[in-house]
Ligand binder design. Sequence first.
Ligand SMILES: [Zn+2]
Length: 174
Amino acid sequence: MKSTSTSSFMGVYIRTRCINAAAPICGDIEMGVAVRLLMADFEYESLLDRARDKIPTEISERARWTLPDPEILIEGNQTIIRNFSELISKMDRDPNHVYQFLLNELGTSGTRESVRVMFKGRIPPKRIRGKIVNYVKSFILCNQCNAPDTHFVKEDRTTLMKCQACGATRPIRL
Ligand SMILES: [Zn+2]
C-alpha cells in the first residue's frame, strides 16, 4: 500500500471530503511530538491503514495535501534547506515570497539557489519547520474551511487570498 506518512511534513485533513471527520485518527509519523504540537491547530492527519482502507484511494489522495519533509542540514555556520524547490512546488507560491518570509521570521540573511536555500547561522531544524508551518497557515490554508486550494488575487491596492474550495476571501499582507 502506498503511504506517504513517513516522509510527509504535514497533512491537511479536509473535512468536507473525508469520512469520519468527527474523529480524525492521528497515526505516528516520524516527525514526532514537536511537529504534532505545532500542527495542533490544523485538522492534520496521518490516517491509520485501517481508516484509509475505508476511503477509495482516489478520494483519499485528492483529499490529502502534504508537504515533503524539509531536509535541513547544519553545515559550519550555516543552515541549509536542501529540498526548498521541492517544498515550493507543493506550496504553489512565489519562491521569493517564501524565502523572504523565512528570512524575516528567522531574523537572518541567506542565499537562495535554484534548489536549496542557505541561512546564516546554526538554526535548529525545529525552528525552521515551525516557520514553514506559520507560512502555510498565513498564506496557503483557507481560514474558513482549511483547504489548501487558495490563490492570491489583486484588487486595487490590496491582495486577497481566495479559496477555490469554499469561495472565502481574506486580505493578506505580502
Ligand atoms: Zn475555504
